[in-house]
Design a protein. Structure first.
Length: 560
């Protein structure tokens, strides 16, 4: 037998040579031995934090991944990065920091992994920005890596019914409309989040976890296994083992994160009726992996993929329910059988997607969560790209659960989410209006805040589907109703949304995929001539840096 392969593809610069005695001395202080310096160094990127239930348990998962690495011949080191809680930062100035946190997480994983010369990486995430950020870092670094999703939260229980965080946001609207007492509202507050895990519906965290699994960057079942399940702990151990296997087989992230893999991710997101944030995040991950992906790819795939999943926010069920009937592997097995997935894509198991799915159990027969392909909720994916003289670079609408596919109404224009919220509470917004919230884009926000509080107020006040909402900001995966976000170019750079005036007639048509203003080109040109660009809202610190660097939403709002 020959000598075993040296898996130290980068750490050898530290672990060998007389000149690296000081470097090794530092590592001995954290527990390295002579034997460890002969092994590949594996980073375990942990997003553990006490600031959100999504991430409160990830320290335990990181310890499990570290154990898995050590047991299978690696020298593991855990390091931390930040997270912010989208649920806690929602509806106030804290939301400006949410999308920028994606860049900070990706940057920090890249920085630590680059500086310490790790040979491989296990990254573990929970809340919305964690998954795309980890995958962005993995795409940039291109060293053997496995992504682990921290898992979904269990639904809460109130009066015998399942409740979740969106129940709480919508309860606020019901309270303001006189439909709920203080006592009932407090009961909701105390019931919706029973423990660890990310928000339970097909919101952004679960959407992006499913996309990561479909892309082949996490182990089968990762995206639907609940946070508190013993299977999640076992997955972390397996991820530690698998990153060593990827090193041995010389399989790198960019071998897995191909254009076809991104098409698989989009297919699964469309079938599940996932969050509109998937557009931003998949575009950003593709950018980091050097893959040419555009809004047109989403639209091309949407037209051939049916919407099958009856999941919150527009449906009835949560991710744990889906896990109980076969999870994301079961959904993908169904999609593959229908010829909707590229089965020959490589995955982190070292096998192809089709080989993984051959071992997966099919969805249970007696279930109502995933429809048969011949009886879908909608024949096409519900995440629609709109274009027109209001959004030349594109906008994104989520049409799941919507009976009305076309909306024509007068604009009610507000330059901040706060002003729009006050208008809703003063009953200024009436049936038939198009509520426009602008100067909330990546640069204008800055940070492209989510509008869950606004959409939840609209639904809570009984105007869901009766009022359209359009913004150059974005929506939570928990938002539903007639909502259009990511309008690009954004108002801050002089996009047409900046030129809107109260009373302008807006048409939003998801069938012709148009978003237009009934104003002549000459009138728009005159308004553009008179428009003055406002200064950026922040002059220093991380938000100012972000606003200066960030690209359009139509390109994923990336900063590199």
């Amino acid at each position: 037998m020959g000598n075993p392969k040296d898996l130290r593809i980068r750490s050898k610069v530290i672990s060998e040579g007389v000149n690296r005695v000081p470097n090794r001395a530092m590592l001995r202080a954290v527990g390295f031995t002579d034997e460890d310096f002969k092994k590949p160094m594996i980073g375990v990127a942990s997003t553990w934090s006490e600031v959100t239930p999504c991430n409160m348990h990830i320290n335990e998962l990181a310890a499990g991944a570290k154990q898995g690495v050590r047991e299978h011949g690696g020298a593991p080191l855990i390091f931390n990065t930040i997270t912010v809680s989208d649920g806690i930062s929602m509806g106030h100035g804290g939301m400006l920091f949410s999308l920028p946190s994606r860049e900070t997480i990706a940057d920090s994983i890249e920085i630590v992994t680059g500086a310490e010369r790790f040979d491989g990486l296990v990254a573990i995430g929970g809340c919305d920005k964690n998954t795309p950020a980890c995958l962005m870092a993995i795409g940039r670094l291109n060293i053997p890596s496995v992504y682990v999703y921290g898992g979904t939260i269990q639904p809460g229980k109130l009066d015998g019914k399942d409740v979740d965080i969106v129940t709480a946001f919508e309860a606020v609207g019901q309270y303001h409309d006189g439909k709920m007492t203080d006592e009932q509202l407090h009961k909701v507050e105390c019931s919706v989040c029973p423990g660890p895990g990310s928000c339970g519906g097909m919101y952004t965290a679960n959407t992006m976890a499913a996309a990561a699994e479909a892309m082949g960057m996490s182990l089968p079942g990762s995206s639907s296994t609940p946070a508190i399940s013993p299977d999640k702990a076992a997955e972390c151990d397996a991820a530690g083992k698998q990153v060593i296997s990827l090193l041995e087989q010389e399989i790198y992230p960019r071998d897995i994160m191909t254009k076809e893999a991104f098409e698989n991710a989009i297919t699964v997101v469309m079938a599940l009726g996932g969050s509109t944030n998937a557009f931003l995040h998949l575009l950003a991950i593709a950018h980091s992996a050097g893959v040419d992906l555009s809004l047109d790819d989403f639209e091309r795939i949407r037209l051939r993929v049916p919407h099958l999943a009856d999941l919150k926010p527009s449906g009835r069920h949560v991710m744990q329910d889906l896990n109980d009937i076969g999870g994301i592997p079961g959904v993908m097995k169904l999609l593959l059988a229908e010829g909707l997935l590229h089965g020959d894509c490589l995955t982190v198991t070292g096998k192809t997607l089709a080989e993984n799915l051959a071992e997966a159990a099919p969805l249970k027969n007696d279930q109502e969560i995933i429809r048969p392909v011949n009886k879908p909720l909608k024949p096409n994916g519900p995440l629609v790209v709109l274009r027109g003289n209001l959004a030349p670079e594109g906008a994104v609408a989520k049409m799941s659960g919507m009976k009305k596919l076309r909306f024509v109404g007068p604009a009610k224009v507000y330059d901040s989410e706060e002003a729009a919220t006050e208008a809703i509470l003063r009953n200024e917004i009436q049936k038939g209006d198009v509520l426009v919230i602008r100067y909330c884009g990546p640069k204008g926000g800055p940070g492209m805040p989510e509008m869950l509080s606004v959409t939840a107020l609209i639904v809570g006040k009984g105007l869901g589907g009766e009022v359209a909402l359009m913004t150059d900001g974005r929506f939570s995966g928990g938002s539903h109703g007639f909502v259009v976000g990511h309008v690009a170019p954004e108002a801050q750079v002089g996009g047409p949304i900046a030129l809107l005036r109260n009373g302008d007639l807006i048409t939003i048509d998801s069938e012709t995929q148009q978003i237009t203003i009934d104003v002549t080109e000459e009138e728009l040109a005159a308004r553009a001539q008179a428009w003055m660009q406002p200064p950026l809202k922040v002059n220093s610190g991380v938000l100012a840096k972000y606003a200066r660097l960030v690209s359009s939403a139509s390109r994923g709002a990336v900063t590199d």
